[in-house]
Design a protein around this ligand. Structure first.
Ligand SMILES: [Zn+2]
Length: 256
């Protein structure tokens, strides 16, 4: 890893017309702290009931974020696993127990290409810059990985890395996420989050992966806001994923 400024990447998952109201108070609180750039993972038609192409209000909200220096990344297309029912125990676990949201987990090459194309076209039509694709639940089929090498994205990610595209070179980018849908899960998430914060203390960057459900409970919402503030006070610079990737690639080039 090449020495660069230490950073924090604030990432909001599952951004859509349905979930944006959950995020709004949090985003306002972050804005009140100063110029803090974040990455919004936008779903073109969340659960097939949130088409952003016809939603002028949502488009305006996203354009306001772009104006503040935020990044919009493509996060699936529908964000639900609508493929035929799983047939093997492993697939059953991955698609029904681990998550129902692994949209790109079982798509073949052509299906992945169709959805990725539709997403790229939507961003182009709205005149939104596009750098990254993040698969729902970070699950990617071999066909998805194959077409990602051919499309104009500069990165994708899993829970612990960013991968440069088209070559899939991994760059360490450890992350903290919560499972906030019940009180005991929030309790466990807080303990795990505190431990990871210690563990990642010297990491060049830390990714904070927030979900809409985290915003619906003051315990988890306050945790994220306070963690963000702590990391900034400790000298980390908030950046978008795309900007951070650029600093990493520039540093590698300069070191070569
Ligand atoms: Zn997601």
């Amino acid at each position: 890893m090449v020495e660069t400024e230490r950073s924090v990447l604030l990432v909001l998952h599952d951004v859509s017309p349905e979930t944006w109201p959950d995020y709004q108070p949090f985003v306002e609180a972050v804005d009140a702290l100063g110029a803090i750039a974040m990455t919004l993972l936008v779903v073109p038609d969340f659960h097939k009931r949130n088409p952003i192409v016809t939603d002028a209000w949502f488009q305006q909200e996203m354009e306001r974020r772009l104006g503040r220096g935020d990044e919009l990344a493509l996060h699936g297309y529908y964000h639900c696993d609508d493929s035929p029912a799983p047939r093997t125990p492993r697939d059953y676990f991955m698609r029904r127990i681990f998550t129902w949201e692994g949209e790109f987990y079982s798509l073949d090459r052509d299906q992945a290409l169709t959805r990725l194309h539709a997403g790229i076209q939507l961003f182009a039509r709205l005149d939104w810059p596009l750098h990254g694709f993040v698969a729902p639940a970070w699950l990617m089929s071999p066909g998805t990985r194959e077409v990602l090498r051919e499309l104009p994205f500069s990165y994708t990610s899993d829970p612990q890395h960013l991968f440069t595209l088209p070559d899939f070179n991994p760059i360490d980018a450890p992350g903290i996420v919560w499972s906030a849908r019940s009180a005991w899960r929030r309790g466990v998430s807080k303990l795990v989050g505190d431990r990871l914060e210690q563990k990642f203390q010297t990491a060049p960057t830390i990714r904070l992966g927030l979900h809409p459900v985290d915003m619906r409970h003051s315990f988890s919402r306050n945790y994220w806001l306070q963690l963000l503030q702590r990391l900034i006070v400790n000298g980390r610079t908030p950046m978008t994923k795309a900007d951070w990737l650029t600093t990493q690639l520039t540093a590698v080039r300069n070191a070569a």
